[in-house]
Ligand binder design. Sequence first.
Ligand code: DC
Length: 229
Amino acid sequence: MKRITIAIDGYSSCGKSTMAKDLAREIGYVYVDSGAMYRTVALYALDNGIIKDGKIDEARLQEEMKNIEISFQFNPERGRPDTYLNGKRVEDRIRTLEVSNHVSPVAALGFVREEMVRQQQRMGQEGGIIMDGRDIGTTVFPHAELKIFVTASAEIRAQRRYDELTAKGEACDMKEILRNVEERDYIDTHRDISPLRQADDALVLDNSHLTIEEQKQWLLDAYKRATAG
Ligand code: DC
């Protein structure tokens, strides 16, 4: 069967990566979490004093992009790839609230996006890939055979994020998380370069009231339809 390209875009914390990862495992495709790449750049900037008091030293970040090597290694225990920065596993560090709070302005920088998109397109050269993010169906793989646009209400997404962080033992405040979700939605949809928007030929999935199982089935059906014939 033809190995297609699947682009999954949508708002933050709406379960894109869970559904993408599950489908990838089921159909034997490579899964790439493009948000993890932007998070890794933000982590590097925080670790190296390139972001200070919320301000990004853009000239320095641009200069240091060549020192940021991002890779993924499949972790059989988690059933999904872990993210590495210059050979070090950073999967947990890129998911903290600190990185979440600083990543959107980093992801809005043109030179960061150019480099990430270049790497993402290289990863998808052979097909057989599922990538999730914000601009995958519009910019990274505009010719993807299957494009999905995922939405859910901001409150439901904040609740999911809260549950995820508290399960990991991270202290968090529901109001702050909701504010973070809404702020990221705003920046992601209003930035100048590749803002989050639904591709004209994307299928829309509102998963506010779907169980993981129902969502899995919906996605598998969409995949089967896309590869039929
Ligand atoms: O999906 P996520 O929350 O891990 O994404 C982290 C940030 O990166 C978020 O602010 C949106 C941004 N992002 C992006 O601009 N383009 C992508 N393809 C993926 C993520």
